[in-house]
Design a protein around this ligand. Sequence first.
Ligand code: GUN
Length: 296
Amino acid sequence: MTAQIIDGKAFAATVRAKVAAHVARLKEEFGEHPGLAVVIVGEDPASHVYVRSKAKQTIEVGMNSYEHKLPADTSEAELLALIAKLNADTSVHGILVQLPLPKHLDSDLVINSIDPAKDVDGFHISNVGLLGTGQKSMVPCTPLGCLMMLRDYHGDLSGMNAVVVGRSNIVGKPMANLLLGDSCTVTIAHSRTKDLPSVVRQADIVVAAVGRPEMVKGDWIKPGATVIDVGINRIERDGKGILVGDADFDSCAAVAGAITPVPGGVGPMTIACLLANTLTAFCRAKDLPEPQGLTA
Ligand code: GUN
């Protein structure tokens, strides 16, 4: 194996430490704490695990955490009424509605009812439009985490060829916009791209976010390229359940210059960036300088 391993777990800890230090300063100077409200509807066990982890880390960095657990049969009107209340609540600076929502609820309608200034997921159509036009916005957490790791490893990204494999609204599209913002030459490829291996082979930076276990192979990677693996896929191997990414780790690590592992790569950065976004939303709401190194 030749690639340097980009340790997302360690990097996420440094992001959380920066957020915590900034929050402590704000408390000292202004006596106020950023607050994050997380709304979860229904009983999906994986979502509940995720939400508990968010709440724990929110409190650990010194912010207020407000959890709203609603039953699976919550009506759209009830959910929209809660979001309206959180929008108006001056102690809440960030609002996250855990996805997926139960099928009877219209996710787009719900997400677009969040005040864009409190939309710490960056999923509101206003934030999507602002990011797409290169304006200041709230940025989706997972691609923001990928960008932070790339900047940390490479410094300046300008002029680099980046191939994003995957075109989701949550990762692929915002990732491409962020890389464009850092002056990369960006290609969005996906499962239907013709001769995907040869497209990926052009890349100095590969972001694998296609949702297919171990799809990106080592012989698709230009020697020395950086591979950022966003995939989290649970598969069976040798009779055991394991987590793998969208890149075939061993073959890619033999060729790449650097690679994020799964688990322990991009995954831990997502919640760290949620906390960073909540701090950013607080600073913007109060007209305070934005935290350095924690935004796009
Ligand atoms: N479900 C899984 N990941 C996410 C996320 O980043 N944000 C929200 N709102 N829901 C999710």
